[in-house]
Design a protein around this ligand. Structure first.
Ligand SMILES: *Cc1c(COP(=O)(O)O)cnc(C)c1O
Length: 363
């Protein structure tokens, strides 16, 4: 039996019928923009995240660009980001006209390194830092990052594309952030029927700026306070996400069950979330010597088991980084780990038989 890396088709009983009924009713009313589904989703996102405001938008990359623009980050500004993340984090900084500086990661938690971040701040006086909550958990120094940025008036944007459902010290990881972002790309933990994203914040002024920027800078229908763009989330997309929110706890529990099983049964060593985190189990992080990883990849391939190598390279070594990268503070760990990480299958409602099959593979 083959086990895919991810299978998004394991819908709860009745889910697809409920979705088809929604599409039929909303289509009959041409309820395609704004309206109650968007409002309900934003209310639920804010409450699940312990924040005052959730603003939905077109995707997780736009969410980062909206957050940067809303706090005035643009040409001339320097922004720090971890050297190990999805490329969109880098793109968002370049797309608003700012200059990115990569900071190496801490090999213990895979997140931006605290000491190197401070060094990068001394060297570059950044206007903002994008801290990415990679793999479904966050930094062991999360609260130190927040306090440091608060004290120095540095905007701290938390890229939470991968961390919906993650808790730190008993509360949503998004709670207490200046600004954080979510992606609803289908493979993310709260995945849509297409693209989507959101920005979360407690700050009412930032929230209102973000809402304006995401809707053409509109003050009213034909008057404009800002130059924004169209980054609205479709109402159908919001309706789908509302249906997913009804099942999010069950999906998270199922993911966590698989991660716990891997932790006790998988033979290769792994990197685990730091103390205080209840991960959403977005990805499981096995770690190998590079040659060993190749042998494990071949074993998974021979057994028909899906896998991923998230991510196979660092940000600063990408060809697309050359033109815009202002500086690279460290980066050796990001490169080293990118050759060592291997992710086994992990998605909601994996069966016991599938979990067992994965842990029985040997190179
Ligand atoms: C997925 C992802 C994004 C981008 O989200 P999209 O919705 O695909 O635009 C940004 N940052 C990280 C860390 C991601 O994993």
């Amino acid at each position: 039996m083959a086990v895919p890396f991810i299978d998004l088709k394991r819908f709860e009983p009745g889910f697809l019928v409920a979705w088809q009924d929604k599409v039929a009713a909303m289509s009959a009313n041409t309820a395609f923009m704004g309206g109650p589904e968007i409002e309900r989703l934003e209310t639920r996102l804010a409450s699940a995240s312990g924040v005052a405001h959730a603003i939905t938008c077109a995707n997780g990359t736009d969410a980062l660009q909206l957050a940067l623009r809303a706090c005035g980050v643009g040409p001339g500004a320097c922004v720090l980001l971890p050297d190990f993340t999805f490329w969109a984090t880098y793109e968002a900084i370049v797309n608003v006209g700012a200059s990115p500086v990569t900071v190496d990661i801490n090999p213990a938690d895979l997140q931006m390194d605290w000491e190197l971040m401070r060094k990068a701040c001394d060297l570059h006086r950044p206007a903002a830092i994008i801290l990415v909550h990679l793999y479904g958990w966050g930094s062991e120094r999360l609260l130190d990052f927040r306090q440091f940025c608060q004290e120095r008036s540095i905007k701290l944007i938390e890229d939470g594309a991968q961390s919906f459902g993650t808790h730190y010290r008993g509360q949503s990881i998004y709670k207490g952030a200046q600004l954080s972002t979510v992606s609803f790309y289908p493979a993310k933990v709260l995945g849509g029927a297409g693209d989507g994203g959101a920005v979360l914040t407690d700050d009412a002024d930032l929230a209102s700026r973000i809402r304006t920027l995401a809707n053409h800078g509109r003050a009213s229908h034909y008057s404009y306070d800002l130059v924004g763009w169209n980054s609205r989330l479709d109402s159908l997309q919001a309706a789908y996400l509302n249906l997913c929110m009804d099942h999010i706890e069950a999906r998270l529990s199922s993911r966590r069950l698989t991660a716990d099983f891997y932790r006790s049964e998988l033979s290769p060593p792994s990197i685990q979330p730091p103390e205080g985190y209840n991960s959403n189990a977005y990805l499981y992080a096995c770690i190998h010597e590079p040659a060993g990883r190749e042998r494990w990849i071949q074993a998974y391939q021979a057994a028909g088991i899906g896998y991923a190598t998230t991510y196979p390279g660092s940000i600063s070594e990408q060809a697309g980084a050359r033109e815009h990268l202002k500086d690279r503070v460290g980066g050796e760990e990001a490169v080293r780990l990118s050759r060592m990480l291997l992710n086994p299958p992990l998605f909601p409602y994996m069966t016991d038989a599938e979990r067992s099959e994965v842990v029985e593979v040997r190179p």
